[in-house]
Design a protein around this ligand. Sequence first.
Ligand code: HGY
Ligand code: MN
Ligand code: MN
Length: 361
Amino acid sequence: MDEAANIWAVRSGQDDKLPSIVFGSHIDTVPNGGKYDGALGVLLALEVMTVFKENGVSTRHPLELVSFSAEEPNPFGLSTFGSRAVSGKIGWEQLKGVRDDKGQLLTEALRLAGGDPERFEHARRKPQDFAAFLEVHIEQGKRLLTRDIPIGIVTAIKGIYREEVTVKGEANHAGTTLMHDRKDALMAASEMMLALESVCMNQPADETVGTVGKITNYPNAANIIPGKVQFSLEIRGSSTEEIQQMIGEWEKRAAEVAERRGIHLERRLVLDQAPVQMNPLVRSVCTAQAEQLGYATYGLGSMAGHDAAHMAALTRAGMLFVPSLDGKSHCPEEESRLEDIEKAGNVLLHSILALDSELDG
Ligand code: HGY
Ligand code: MN
Ligand code: MN
């Protein structure tokens, strides 16, 4: 376990001076989540390592299995925490003093998870440490399912923009305050949330999405007009320009609501992650191995964020998708078929062997 509480398993190759081929995913999940998001990729990586060991397979490159910590958004507001630590995108500066809404320090939570906040920067790895990174993950949508294709080859990972919006009005008595005297923070926030939905619905690209997933209402009592509302605002798109254009459109609409209702608006940026292309060589190796195994493949963009987006800053990164039944994810109904999981495991194993022979010739 490293200082960012990532779990690593290392297997020697014939030449340990060569960079590692690394593969894995994350084991944390979301509240009321399913069983496959992240965990599947770690378990398949473990299965592949076990098959290599049981069959005495020796590779030229050393191999590393990784289980990243805290990939999902967490109470500390730092998602893809472990992979951002490894890729050097977050360091001690982003950790110190950060608390969750119950007042727990991130550094304390990290220590409890097995990390070492004081030596956090030691979790950082260098590009020359790795030859390639592969992550198997459930698609979390229904594009593979509707095409009845078992193996998804990820082309790119969408950009994710996330901010915390605070809407300030005036708390007041729900009975004695006439309608035209109100500065109702929740009604104003509701208009702003619906504005996000209509900005996204009016986008030509249907894979551009916007979500308000989290909302806190103060003081949250039946007979008090809400004085303050905080909500998460998230937009995902294929380009930074597209996302910025949507933000621009939304903020015009939100400013109009604030002006008309005499409401004060505050915004705090949480995440502004650009889209990331997956590595063409890794994609072609995975496609060739899948086809050799007789599996149909489909190239698709990932609308979900992944640790691979950060590993791509260090090395050649690629992702394999497994079909999600009914496209469901981030809920208990999240499910994938065992025969599709087995196919993905085979492609992972053979892609590692192919990359091992092709790279660092
Ligand atoms: O939110 C996501 O895209 C991923 O599940 N962390
Ligand atoms: Mn997830
Ligand atoms: Mn995930």
